[in-house]
Design a protein around this ligand. Structure first.
Ligand code: GLU
Length: 361
């Protein structure tokens, strides 16, 4: 059975899955989902990542427009989110299930210390036997610091809390190939997979198929199974288990620890470090990145930032946590490690990125 060995399961519900065409919360459908959670919940922790704040806010505020400016959608989300959380809470209460709301911004998942704090909050909610109901913190997210879609948010949450399974409930059965047939098993995501995003059968949701593939990549690198399945019919989890109609993205076998899984699936890179061939060779042999091998950098970033390492042809080689901020690297690039203290005027680490803080791509 699909969730047999899963102890932590994240369910991602798109706006059209929880809100109907008239802008109403789909109480009856969510009730059947909660029944599924009750049925399969023994010995398992469920997490809900639900969109719908903006849709519910629009209905409540009687705003009919389709395209809304970001500043206004932030305010609408502020209104809609309390309705969304309250609808879930009322329904969970009927089944004697406790729930708690978590609103997440990219900083919460993309900064290591904050990501660990996020993990603790989830762990403590599980201890309290409360189901986390998650959404993006749309009220403060600006265009530059926004996930924008809950697919990648759900995947990043799955990775951070060490979930075994992420199920994205959408309005189609899964991913379709060129022949418009459902692709049941996916072991690798490449450009060909992304080209299927143009397929008319794959046009759905605010994120569309490509953000779902981005989400799948994060899951596959994190040892988490990801499924795309239809959330239009009642009892969606039970149906999936019985009908076996879904696309299943299988995780890679990986020896990476939790920290390295977090590093590799970063959603953005505040900086790029360009390195020479000698350093690239050292990296491929599992060595740390030294200042001598750095040719140039792009971006302004702080110490500890999760940056991308590329060669001079911009081929992506690795990701890692920088031991220096961008200003410091500008000063020490191309220099020998023993010169660093003199140049900066203080004692510091000798590697730009230590091998323990780096994952090869
Ligand atoms: N966070 C948005 C909302 O609650 C939805 C984002 C998405 O559609 O993925 O309305």
């Amino acid at each position: 059975m699909l969730i047999d060995n899963s102890k932590k399961i994240v369910l991602k519900l798109g706006s059209s899955t929880v809100v109907d065409k008239n802008g109403k919360f789909k109480k009856q459908w969510v009730t059947t989902l909660i029944k599924d959670i009750k049925k399969y919940g023994k010995g398992r922790n469920f997490v809900i990542v639900s969109s719908g704040a903006i849709a519910l806010g629009q209905k409540y505020l009687e705003i009919k427009k389709k395209k809304i400016k970001l500043e206004m959608s932030q305010a609408i989300a502020a209104v809609g989110q309390i309705h969304l959380a309250s609808e879930f809470q009322k329904l969970f209460d009927k089944f004697n299930i406790k729930s708690g709301q978590i609103l997440i911004s990219p900083d919460d998942t993309e900064q290591r210390r904050r990501a660990l704090n996020v993990r603790n909050t989830f762990d403590n909610l599980f201890k309290l036997k409360a189901i986390p109901v998650v959404n993006e913190n749309d009220t403060t997210a600006t265009a530059e610091i926004k996930y924008g879609d809950n697919d990648r948010l759900a995947a990043r949450v799955s990775q951070i809390i060490g979930a075994d399974t992420l199920i994205i409930l959408s309005d189609v059965d899964g991913l379709y190939n060129q022949a418009k047939k459902l692709v049941k098993n996916i072991n690798i995501i490449n450009e060909k997979t992304y080209s299927l995003a143009d397929n008319s059968k794959n046009f759905y949701g605010s994120g569309g198929i490509s953000t779902k593939l981005d989400a799948a990549k994060i899951c596959m690198n994190s040892g988490c199974h990801m499924f795309i399945a239809n959330g239009k019919k009642n009892n969606p989890i039970d149906r999936m288990i019985k009908n076996k109609i879904y696309s299943h993205f299988k995780p890679k076998i990986s020896s990476l620890d939790a920290r390295k899984k977090w590093i590799i699936s970063s959603l953005n890179s505040p900086g790029i470090i360009y390195i020479d061939d000698g350093a690239a060779k050292a990296l491929s042999n599992g060595k740390s990145l030294l200042a001598a091998g750095v040719v140039k950098i792009k971006g302004n970033f702080d110490k500890g930032a999760n940056v991308l390492i590329v060669d001079q042809n911009e081929v992506q080689l690795a990701r890692g946590l920088s031991s220096f901020d961008s200003e410091e690297i500008e000063k020490i690039k191309g220099k020998q490690s023993r010169e660093i203290e003199n140049i900066l005027g203080y004692l510091s680490k000798s590697e730009i990125i230590h091998k323990d803080d780096m994952v090869k791509l």
